[in-house]
Design a protein. Structure first.
Ligand code: CA
Ligand code: CA
Length: 590
């Protein structure tokens, strides 16, 4: 059953009641369900608990007083030898959980019992090239479909009841280094996806597909100079949307393999009708090969969901020379200033600065550091552009004696970022952002490199080091109106999992040591912890069923840190792998 609702969606309650009366409780997910996801507590049908990605739930039964009694009710193992990093956010609809595992696997699980209903394994070719572990971050739900991206850069739609393939589309060529790890975004009947592969010199892009058929609707490359297209009546036509002039912010032919991978996927703000996607590093990492701003790399983009037109861009690291991918999620929120409502959005960048933007036009409102030390920039100018410390850019190898290794520098943060992929949460109750961050530095130097299809395209060497002996991870409560840190929680291992905020005055987060933890949202006091047996690098969710509040989180250590972390990887090599999803609730008599 499908219906068209208004964007604001106030007719929903009546519609839902009508559907229940008609015995449609197991109807598929609609556009309206997705738009309203943040307010409907009986399901989780979008990545981020709502297309804006605030990861805030109005549920209050589990709160600062009751959370001490939280108990696991079941754990489901992903099984097999295919453990590795588990970065998925589960979805829940009509008593079924849909969750992905490493190596492009999807599971449907009965949420009352933890019993498996079906499992889908993508048959991956030998030559896949995921840069940063064989992870997947979750599915999208639409109608009777469960849709997800694979490590060989395909989009796959499965029947929600059987797990059988309904349609499958190639998004990009895995042999050139493309892959997909992000959860797709579902907007107005379209599956919106980005691609990974910035370390292989791919060309980043955002694409829209018809969710029911898998037919492509539009494509928007994210490197200036590449043309976007829209499909009309099955025919590919130029959409008349300038991708910018080739060679304007890139020297020579460098734009042809310019990176700017859109690997984290995006968020959608129905209020301004824009998709927000971030873009990764310009390729290669050696910035001396590409003088210029290298648009639209290391940027946030506001994109029209109907056409793929870039409405605005905001570049956090022009001519990025540190792999400060600008992919991190941009989260809409409103605040009042002098009696006026400001339509803002915030993002915590890999480069160590947090930015508050006007989400209607991408204008810079304010920016501030959210880590203790930033070496590469002295600050931000009035437009939010970094004021570089020129001597903290890795040196040009062609200026060295042998032309093989440029001057090494120590840069903070490391390329794994003040914050990496792990999503922040915004509490509508405290009006604070909860930012999982890391305090680390890197030694980095540049080397000569040239593009070769399917080969790493970095032109850099590096090692990552902790700034402190006793902690790397810091969960921070940040006030977006002042830039002030309200509280912090220090963690020995680097944080790599997402955050969830609830109206129970709680913030949930997992750590690599294996604990699901709950914090008092106002003070940061630890109110609960439970060890799930392997490191948590996934993002917790909450929902309500049969009058009880549930919390779920995926456990399974891995991701980029063990593979790229240098000295930090050695520090955490005792952590055990795994692969399971845990579900918690309060005892009935609590
Ligand atoms: Ca919901
Ligand atoms: Ca990168």
């Amino acid at each position: 059953m499908k219906y068209k609702g208004s964007k604001k969606g106030f007719a929903v309650t009546a519609m839902v009641a009508a559907m229940s009366l008609a015995g449609m409780a197991n109807a598929g997910v609609t556009d309206q369900d997705i738009l309203n996801d943040a307010m409907t507590t009986d399901d989780v049908v979008s990545n981020g608990l709502g297309p804006r990605g605030q990861r805030f739930s109005p549920l209050t039964k589990v709160n600062t007083d009751t959370v001490k009694d939280l108990r696991p009710v079941w754990a489901f193992s992903f099984g097999g030898e295919k453990q590795r990093g588990q970065e998925s956010q589960p979805m829940v609809k009509d008593g079924v959980m849909y969750v992905t595992g490493s190596y492009s696997r999807v599971f449907a699980v009965d949420v009352r019992t933890g019993d498996e209903l079906w499992q889908y394994d993508a048959r991956l070719p030998d030559g896949i090239m995921p840069c940063c572990d064989v992870i997947n971050r979750g599915v999208a739900l639409y109608d009777d479909l469960v849709i997800f991206g694979t490590l060989d850069a395909k989009m796959v739609a499965l029947n929600k009841d059987t797990g059988k393939v309904v349609w499958k589309k190639k998004v990009a060529d895995y042999k050139a280094g493309y892959s997909i790890t992000a959860a797709p975004l579902l907007v107005n009947g379209k599956v919106i996806t980005g691609v990974s592969g910035g370390e292989f010199g791919v060309v980043g892009k955002v694409e829209a597909y018809d969710a029911k058929t898998g037919q492509i609707v539009w494509t928007r490359p994210t490197v200036e100079g590449h043309m976007g297209y829209i499909w009309k009546d099955g025919k590919k036509v130029e959409n008349g949307i300038s991708g910018g002039e080739a060679g304007k912010t890139w020297p020579g032919d460098m734009w042809k393999n310019g990176g700017a991978a859109t690997w984290l996927g995006g968020t959608y703000d129905p209020d301004v009708n824009l998709l927000f996607f971030g873009t990764g590093n310009p390729a290669p990492w050696n910035s001396h090969l590409r003088p210029g701003d290298n648009l639209f790399s290391s940027s946030r983009l506001g994109i029209n969901p109907d056409t793929g037109k870039i409405a605005w861009h905001f570049q956090t690291t022009p001519n990025d020379g540190w792999d400060f991918d600008g992919v991190n999620e941009l989260i809409s929120f409103d605040y009042k200033e002098k009696g006026k409502t400001i339509k803002a959005a915030a993002t915590a960048d890999r480069n160590g600065f947090m930015y508050v933007l006007n989400r209607e036009n991408g204008d810079f409102i304010r920016g501030f550091p959210f880590v203790d030390e930033i070496s590469w920039a002295k600050g931000l100018d009035k437009n939010g552009r970094p004021i570089y410390n020129d001597d903290n850019r890795p040196g040009d190898p062609t200026a060295s004696a042998d032309g093989k290794k440029g001057k090494a520098i120590r840069a903070v943060p490391s390329f794994l970022g003040g914050k990496n992929w792990m999503p922040i949460a915004y509490s509508q109750q405290t009006e604070l952002f909860y930012v999982p961050s890391n305090e680390w530095a890197m030694d980095i130097w540049n080397e000569p490199v040239s593009y070769k299809k399917g080969a790493a395209y970095l032109g850099a060497g590096f090692t990552i080091k902790s700034l402190n002996d006793d902690y790397i991870g810091v969960l921070r409560a940040m006030d977006p109106k002042t830039g002030k840190e309200v509280w912090r929680y220090k963690n020995y291992a680097p944080l790599w999992g997402g955050v969830l905020a609830t109206a129970g005055n709680l913030v949930f987060m997992g750590n690599p040591e294996g604990y699901l933890m709950a914090f008092d949202a106002k003070t940061g006091d630890v109110k609960y912890k439970f060890n799930t047996g392997s490191g948590i690098v996934g993002s917790p969710i909450t929902w309500e069923m049969d009058g009880e509040q549930y919390i779920s989180v995926v456990s399974g250590w891995g991701g980029a840190v063990p593979l790229w972390g240098g000295e930090v990887a050695k520090r955490v090599k005792h952590l055990n792998q795994g692969g399971s999803v845990w579900t918690f609730k309060l005892p009935k008599d609590a």
